[in-house]
Design a binder for this molecule. Structure first.
Ligand code: PNW
Length: 484
């Protein structure tokens, strides 16, 4: 049990930013209210309920109607910052650059931002956490149309900077573009559910679409960031970055140089895919070009110039777990997106990367988190904010409220990952902030209302919120680790 930890390693700066994170579609509900237009997740969940556990985001945590209560939770937990996302289709219901702005949507996020500031909490706003306006998907293929979508995203970003930038000083353009590309367009498990390898999907081309979509995401990001740098940062004085996700990879056989290469290549396919263009204004990593050839769309000189104008202030890192990578001796398949490696949770002598958690893909590996921070900082040289980190406790999806709130497993997860951050800071990495995922149990996308990542228990029948112990302890966990 974590209570006060006098012996915790110290090293977090006194101005360390910390708080909790959420995403609009996972908590808001109110999908037909306040003039909101439908997004691709509304359509995916309503048309394909068999692929999404029969649930949808119509109500979710009903945050749309419980704003004040949720803001009070943040204040009660002592958060200094809150990472939220804006639903594009609340701001511009049809999404496009000539479509009308919805003042009711603006008003909702104004109440949210003002409510945070009134409580002394800094808003961190993600512009895109996976909820593309359905109208843009219908109009021209959404993220598949590189030229069109970046213009529409640029205009949406402009509206947000104009209307919220006076009070919002921290912006994240995109959340996890890797998941958008791969889950949405390669394996088809996320909206819009396109794939040529997943039998449940009627449409898609897994050998081509993910690479096109990624370019659309990268150029949309670049439009928003360069716009902010040129037209808003000089007067508003805020900062802008992006949140990238993925596991850290260790070689499966530490003695085999081919597995070392496989681990590094796997991470280039995950992080370098986006970070090379976004952070370094460079082409994709060499191992990706070598494997994918011209299926990876190139950047023109004009596009590279835009990427250079899109200088970022920070690297947002969503980190949950690590794995082992083992090289393959066969040629990469055309549908491969992992750099032709096997991903394993145990190494060559059967040692697991970490203990099981409450979800199959997540095993805590805090020492690998430290190595990941060091690797990313060396490559990209930007201050790092952890924009998501958390877990479900083993068996939590079946627990009662009374059992779930005693979340010792989660408390230990937070404590050991905060220790890893202190370690990385000792290694010379600039880690400037931490957001626990998530403020409350919420819609875990296609998995439904099942796996609980929240520090607040959500009763999906009554929508009652109950703080778990971790919610009330995170503050002291962080303060115990601050240098005095
Ligand atoms: C992130 N995986 O997604 C998202 O940003 C959140 O919206 C989500 O709720 C959270 O992590 C927890 O899953 C991920 O399969 C989705 O490895 C899937 C994976 C990782 C992260």
């Amino acid at each position: 049990m974590v209570s006060s930890e006098p012996d915790a390693p110290k090293g977090l700066p006194s101005n360390f930013v910390w708080g909790f994170a959420t995403a609009a579609y996972q908590i808001e509900g109110g999908v037909n209210e306040g003039g909101r237009g439908p997004c691709i997740w509304d359509k995916f969940m309503h048309l394909e309920p068999s692929r999404t556990n029969g649930v949808n985001g119509d109500v979710a945590c009903d945050h749309y109607h419980k704003l004040e209560e949720d803001l009070d939770l943040l204040a009660k937990y002592g958060a200094r910052a809150y990472r939220l996302s804006i639903a594009w289709s609340r701001i511009i219901p049809l999404g496009g650059r000539h479509d009308p702005v919805n003042e009711e949507g603006i008003a909702f996020y104004n109440s949210l931002i003002n409510g945070l500031l009134a409580r002394g909490i800094q808003p961190w706003i993600t512009l895109y956490h996976w909820d593309l306006p359905q109208a843009l998907h219908d109009r021209y293929g959404g993220w598949l149309n590189v030229e069109e979508v970046q213009k529409d995203f640029g205009r949406y970003a402009r509206v947000c900077f104009e209307r919220f930038g006076d009070r919002t000083k921290n912006w994240i353009t995109l959340n996890e573009p890797w998941i958008v590309s791969i889950h949405g367009y390669s394996i088809g498990i996320d909206a819009p559910g396109r794939s040529s390898t997943n039998k449940l999907c009627a449409e898609g081309d897994s050998t081509r679409e993910p690479w096109i979509v990624a370019k659309a995401l990268i150029m949309s990001h670049a439009r928003a960031a360069s716009l902010y740098n040129k037209e808003f940062k000089p007067t508003q004085g805020g900062s802008i970055g992006v949140s990238l996700s993925g596991d850290y990879f260790e070689p499966w056989d530490p003695e085999d140089p081919r597995d070392h290469e496989a681990a590094e290549r796997r991470m280039e396919f995950q992080f370098g895919w986006f970070a090379n263009p976004m952070m370094l204004a460079q082409d994709y990593p060499a191992p990706m070009r070598a494997q994918l050839g011209d299926r990876l769309p190139a950047f023109t000189d004009v596009e590279l110039a835009l990427l250079r104008e899109a200088q970022l202030d920070f690297y947002g890192m969503n980190y949950y777990t690590a794995q082992f990578a083992r090289h393959r001796s066969t040629l990469a398949e055309e549908i491969d997106y992992k750099g032709n490696v096997d991903e394993l949770s145990q190494n060559n002598v059967g040692v697991p990367i970490g203990e099981p958690s409450g979800i199959w893909w997540l095993r805590p590996a805090p020492e690998r988190f430290r190595k990941h921070l060091v690797r990313i900082y060396k490559k990209y040289g930007k201050p790092i904010y952890i924009t998501e980190n958390g877990c479900p406790c083993p068996g939590e999806e079946k627990m009662s409220k009374e059992e779930s709130v005693k979340d010792e497993y989660r408390q230990r997860y937070f404590a050991t990952h905060l220790d890893a951050i202190v370690g990385a800071i000792q290694d010379g990495v600039e880690v400037a902030g931490y957001f626990a995922w998530s403020l409350m149990d919420n819609l875990e996308w296609g998995l439904g209302y099942s796996y609980r990542f929240g520090v607040t228990f959500t009763d999906y029948e009554t929508l009652e919120r109950t703080p778990k112990e971790s919610a009330l302890k995170l503050r002291s966990m962080i303060e115990d680790r601050m240098s005095t």
